[in-house]
Design a protein around this ligand. Structure first.
Ligand code: 5AD
Ligand code: SF4
Length: 445
């Protein structure tokens, strides 16, 4: 037997977009692990390159084409190199990708990646495949149970996928399909496996995670709060987070859990997108700025120290200066610890794409203004941590000698020097300094 036949094949995955794609990439790598693939960090030594793509904003497809173009030389040098495109661009434009870029051997949508091993085998035989089905079978059920190897202290776990909300700007309902929740028992098993492998913090993922309504262990309809309480019972699991939520699905039991479940972290990503009721209506958001603010009041009543996070779109079609000002006012009232703002990006096939667009330069100017305000609040909230003692889950060594970095309960990055901390430990830390993107602290005994 020659060396090349026994050596493991190398897989390079490049992930774009949200945390759900990060989770999917991990599962795809595991699925291909069964075909003898191990992951590599460089495209140059790969036997297979997989781009896990995001379609949420413009230029996504163009980015993918230019990335693919860069692999031409690699494929010339190594004709056996397989190139695949996965994720939401694959879902939306798979056939076009196959037509436009002959380098691509396979295209797989987010709901079909359990079929990757089969597709890879076909590609090796010279047969190109495109699979963007929304299959009957559940991909998570089809994937073999996860490997047992030790891993880092934090993990994502997808519990829900898809969206039925149809916000007027968003492609997710088209690329990820209708809302589907995984059964609670499967999620709990997967969480236990992760904890056995060293995971201490799990972030539950879903496009609409708080709309989770999977079957409970006894077959009853579950809520996200019930699932969180079941996960709370897992020994060794220290922290639970979830993202992304919709204001209309913040149920009473979930708000209450923020006050009573010690493992549920005091951080909530709750996008509102705009502070103008006129725009919210045009966005098809089915809530008002006022109802959102009252909701935050209730959440803060349950958990006063909670750090809020959000998403905003500026320059949505027909957004006036007054509408934009209403968004700034809302941000001023909430004061987000973190917030992500985006210039509206036209997505073909979505209702807003057909409407009168805001001037691009005006959109850029508004983005600058909103980001200025968000950054100011972010900094203030971070700086207010100085002098406080917070729990930190340590994730990895820092750049300097004897330094460790981790995240506080509020998701701030914290670095400490000394203190004999090990990866995966949660320790109380007194915060002594605040830098641009992280806090410095001293571990308390
Ligand atoms: N243009 C700009 N931002 C968008 N988002 C979703 N669709 C668009 C779009 N067409 C933003 C929203 C969402 C986040 C994930 O991306 O703020 O919450
Ligand atoms: Fe997109 Fe709206 Fe669904 Fe979020 S709730 S995924 S923004 S359609």
């Amino acid at each position: 037997m020659t060396q090349t036949k026994t050596a493991p094949k190398k897989l390079f995955i490049k992930t774009y977009g949200c945390q759900m794609n990060v989770y999917d990439s991990e599962r795809m790598a595991e699925a291909l692990g069964g075909q003898g693939y191990v992951e590599t960090k460089t495209a140059a030594d790969a036997d297979m390159i997989l781009l896990n793509t995001c379609h949420i904003r413009e230029k996504a497809a163009e980015k993918i084409y230019s990335e693919l173009g860069r692999y031409r030389d690699l494929k010339d040098d190594k004709p056996d190199l397989m190139i695949g495109v996965a994720g939401c661009v694959a879902q939306a434009e798979g056939a076009e990708i196959m037509r436009r870029q002959p380098l691509v051997d396979l295209v797989v949508g987010p709901q079909s990646y359990h079929r990757l091993p089969e597709m890879e085998a076909k590609a090796r035989r010279g047969e190109k495949t495109l699979d963007t089905d929304f299959p009957e079978e559940d991909k998570f059920e089809q994937l073999k149970s996860r490997p047992k190897a030790a891993r880092g202290p934090t993990a994502f776990l997808t519990v829900q996928e898809g969206c039925d909300k149809f916000c007027a700007f968003c492609v997710v309902p088209y690329t990820r399909g209708a809302e589907v929740s995984r059964p609670a028992a499967r999620i709990i098993d997967e969480a236990k496996e992760l904890v056995d492998r060293g995971v201490r913090e799990i972030t539950l993922l879903g496009q609409n995670v708080n709309a989770y309504h999977g079957a409970g262990p006894d077959g009853s309809d579950y809520t996200l709060a019930k699932l969180i309480w079941d996960l709370d019972k897992i020994d060794g699991l220290k922290r639970i987070r979830f993202t992304t939520s919709h204001p209309n699905d913040m149920t009473d039991d979930l708000i209450e859990a923020h006050g009573t479940c010690a493992k549920l972290m005091p951080y909530l990503h709750l996008p509102v997108q705009s502070g103008s009721d006129r725009i919210l209506k045009r966005m098809n958001r089915s809530h008002t700025a006022e109802s959102y603010l009252r909701l935050i009041e209730r959440i803060r009543a349950a958990r006063p120290d909670i750090v809020m996070s959000g998403d905003f779109i500026v320059g949505f079609p027909e957004e006036t200066e007054a509408d934009f000002q209403a968004t700034l006012d809302l941000i001023e009232e909430v004061k987000y610890g973190y917030a992500y703002s985006f210039k509206y990006s036209t997505r073909p096939g979505t209702p807003a794409a057909e409407r009168p667009q805001v001037d691009a330069a005006e959109g850029d100017a508004r983005l600058q203004r909103i980001q200025g305000l968000i950054t100011r609040h972010q900094r203030e909230i971070q700086e207010a941590m100085v002098g406080r003692t917070v729990d930190v889950l340590f994730e990895k060594p820092g750049r300097q000698a004897d330094q460790m970095v981790g995240k506080s309960d509020y998701l701030h990055a914290v670095h400490v020097t000394g203190g004999n901390v090990t990866q995966g430990e949660v320790r109380p830390v007194r915060i002594v300094s605040s830098g641009t993107n992280s806090l410095g602290g001293v571990v308390l005994d």
